[in-house]
Design a protein around this ligand. Structure first.
Ligand code: GTP
Ligand code: MG
Length: 288
């Protein structure tokens, strides 16, 4: 059994990513097949074209039984509200539970919004999603604090996992830059690694210097795909949806298997319609 930790701030898109994985892994021609899925993660809402709402529940682990290249892989992945991660990153004192979670984990998935300015708009109650306004950036302070939060978190993790410059442990760290559909729509010519460097420059340098490069991988992902921005949480779906909103929902549902995609650093414009790709890397690293 592998214990993977999924880390991400509130509204980083963890839950929708997990739901789309659960859906993709239920498809016959998927590279990764699940033999048992946590039922909570097989979301009816997604199948009907609704986004999964922000998580209210506290930390809970879910066990997935998977098959990849004829090998059985059982993994545990948690679901929780991202506030918990934020609180952890901002506090030097970790609860016993979190210390154990860190000690037990064999791999880490860090979900980061590739669209920082708007992430806090998404974090607001979904009503305001109709017109996603740009944050009137209150200086660069946010960014700096953000960097320090991530660095502080990984510093603690290094202590708990006994990682030092001399004794680097080989724990795979997968960083996914989420909402890549927005990056492509904005025609920003950048790859996921450069994006991470732009968003979190101190953290980027920190992690590049201190993590074993063989065990670090950065992808861009769009679990909800090209229609994401016009999809709604079920309870917030407008009574009289605009045409683009009802169209998006219809198109999303009609070809659900091809909605999610991933990009790599070599060719960040090419949408690879295989959401398993980051996990395949993780499975290979964790088994090696
Ligand atoms: N553009 C785009 N937006 C997305 C995508 N996936 C999720 N979102 C948006 O991001 C919001 C937050 O996603 P969640 O999956 O709830 O985020 P989370 O990390 O689970 O948040 P917490 O549960 O609060 O920790 C959603 O309401 C969607 O509006 C995507 O692939 N593309
Ligand atoms: Mg969530």
């Amino acid at each position: 059994m592998y214990n993977f930790l999924i880390l991400g701030e509130p509204a980083a898109g963890k839950s929708n990513f997990l739901r789309m994985l659960a859906y993709n892994w239920s498809l016959k021609n998927s590279s990764v097949i699940q033999t048992k899925t946590p039922s909570k993660l097989l979301s009816q809402d997604i199948l009907q074209g609704y986004v999964v709402d922000r998580t209210q529940e506290s930390y809970k682990n879910f066990e997935w039984c998977l098959k990849y290249q004829d090998k059985v892989i059982n993994i545990e992945l948690p679901e929780y509200n991202g506030e918990e991660f934020l609180a952890l990153a901002q506090s030097p004192e970790w609860s016993k539970e979190w210390v154990e979670r860190i000690e037990d984990c064999n791999g880490i998935i860090l979900v980061i919004s590739a669209d920082k300015d708007e992430v806090y708009d998404l974090a607001r109650p979904a009503e305001s999603q109709v017109e996603t306004q740009k944050n009137d950036k209150t200086g660069k302070d946010n960014l700096i604090n953000n960097d320090l939060n991530y660095i502080a978190f990984f510093q603690q993790l290094f202590c708990l996992k006994q990682i030092s410059r001399k004794t680097k442990k080989k724990i795979p760290l997968l960083i996914v830059m989420n909402f890549w559909d927005k990056v492509i729509k904005d025609k920003i010519d950048i790859n996921p690694e450069q994006k991470l460097k732009n968003e979190l420059p101190w953290f980027y340098e920190f992690i590049k210097t201190n993590w074993d490069t063989e065990y670090l991988k950065i992808f861009g992902i769009s679990p909800l795909g090209d229609h994401a921005e016009n999809l709604y949480v079920k309870s917030k779906y407008p009574d009289k949806p605009l045409k683009k909103v009802s169209d998006a929902k219809g198109k999303f549902v009609k070809s659900l298997p091809t909605q999610s995609w991933v990009v790599n650093n070599d060719n960040p414009q090419e949408k690879i319609r295989n959401l398993s790709l980051p996990f395949m890397w993780l499975f290979e690293k964790v088994g090696s």
